[in-house]
Design a protein around this ligand. Structure first.
Ligand code: SF4
Length: 412
């Protein structure tokens, strides 16, 4: 164990959960820079190593169905694109696509296969039970026709097919060294990685087209419209321009577009001065992110929006001090998180817990399982709970845990 490694070791408020802060990445991606800027602590805690929890990098994540649904749609498009390329299909004519689809099990077969690929990521995840994965699977299977419809909508917008072999994506791999990239020739390229080595930023363009009209960069989105999508494709235009391997001829981008299942929109291509300003601003963002990773512990930036889907909130003291509502203010229709001190059991499935307020109030916490080993006298954090009503005592504050709720003892 080197001194440097030990310097990166950190403890958390949860006994038994400790880790090593991640190193500064060799390359940043659009999403990693954005996440780092939203909350440096979330980015660092999410990507740290936790050797006592599992052998994989980062803190185990929870399945978020809308995010997995988006990945399924992207996965189907990517697989279909490759299959069409292999089959030599050059236009999205219905007959050709149907033939290739049949070999992949039809729309339902290809979607369900993508669902299984996504869910396989949770196979060795110590935080996610088999039952929880099963619930997510049921929801995704129910939405399989919707996923197929979205892919068909993209198909209708010319997202498919490709005329060139695709390179593997590098977007999520913010810490990897740059890979050797082949020049992009005339044609349609799916999932094309572009990297500005000097800037240390990489990205994966969903669709890159080089033809008589110029160079078109397209990103497709399964969610709702967001100005950040425009920012993302502008950054891809910069990366394309600076990538001497993928774009050795220095061809400028002529069209930028963001495609949604229901419509698409053009984004103005930055002119030379705007491109230079974007390069300078991106270099500053990278320098800022580097500085934060080089000097842990990272600062927290709690806000309701940022913390909502944070997978490491139970490890973050800043969150608990600022965001969760008091039990009395929580609506019964709202999921919320709660921190309190365990007082005594009330039965095999309920406990009295004191709120952290001054003065403290007594809350009844109902659990799903029997004899949950809550440590008496210790602080606990409950994630994903609901306020509910006690029919016998309408004035009593009651918190109900559900099958997906989590709890962690904490030392504060
Ligand atoms: S809980 Fe909020 S403040 Fe804490 S790490 Fe997560 S996003 Fe950041």
């Amino acid at each position: 164990m080197t001194d440097e490694h030990e310097r990166l070791r950190f403890e958390t408020d949860v006994p038994g959960i400790w880790g090593y802060w991640p190193a500064t990445p060799t390359l940043w991606s659009y999403s990693s820079l954005k996440e780092m800027e939203a909350c440096p602590r979330r980015w660092m805690l999410s990507r740290a190593d936790y050797p006592d929890i599992w052998a994989r990098r980062g803190y185990p994540s929870l399945p978020v169905t809308p995010a997995i649904f988006g990945n399924v749609v992207h996965g189907v498009i990517e697989r279909l694109t490759r299959a069409l390329t292999t089959a030599g299909v050059r236009s999205p004519a219905a007959g050709d696509v149907v033939g290739v689809l049949g070999s992949l099990g039809g729309w339902r077969g290809i979607v369900l296969d993508a669902v299984e690929r996504e869910l396989a990521r949770f196979d060795d995840n110590p935080r996610v039970s088999t039952e929880r994965v099963e619930r997510v699977r049921s929801e995704l299977v129910r939405r399989a026709p919707e996923a197929a419809d979205q892919v068909k909508a993209f198909l209708g917008r010319g997202i498919l097919p490709t005329g060139a072999a695709s390179e593997p994506s590098g977007e999520g791999a913010a810490t990897e060294a740059p890979r050797r990239r082949m020049p992009a020739g005339p044609g349609v390229h799916a999932e094309r990685t572009v990297t500005a080595e000097a800037l240390r930023v990489t990205g994966t363009i969903d669709q890159l087209v080089l033809d008589d009209t110029g160079v078109t960069v397209t990103d497709f989105k399964t969610g709702s419209e967001d100005d950040a999508h425009d920012e993302q494709v502008r950054l891809y235009a910069l990366l394309w321009q600076l990538d001497k391997q993928t774009n050795p001829g220095g061809q400028p981008v002529t069209h930028l577009r963001v495609v949604y299942p229901s419509h698409e929109r053009s984004v103005a291509v930055p002119d030379a001065a705007q491109m230079h300003a974007l390069e300078v601003a991106t270099a500053a963002r990278v320098a800022g992110a580097d500085q934060l990773t080089a000097a842990p512990p990272p600062p927290a930036a709690p806000s309701e929006e940022t913390c909502h889907y944070c997978r490491v909130k139970h490890l973050c003291d800043a969150y608990w001090a600022a965001i969760p509502p008091s039990v009395s203010a929580a609506s019964p229709a709202q999921w919320f998180d709660f921190e309190g001190t365990v007082l005594r059991p009330n039965g095999s499935r309920s406990w009295f817990v004191a709120t952290p307020t001054d003065p403290a109030a007594e809350v009844l916490v109902r659990t799903v399982e029997t004899d949950v080993p809550f440590p008496i006298g210790q602080r606990v954090r409950l994630l994903g709970v609901r306020r509910s009503q006690d029919p016998d005592k309408p004035g009593r504050l009651v918190i109900s845990m559900v099958a997906t709720s989590e709890w962690y003892p904490v030392v504060v």
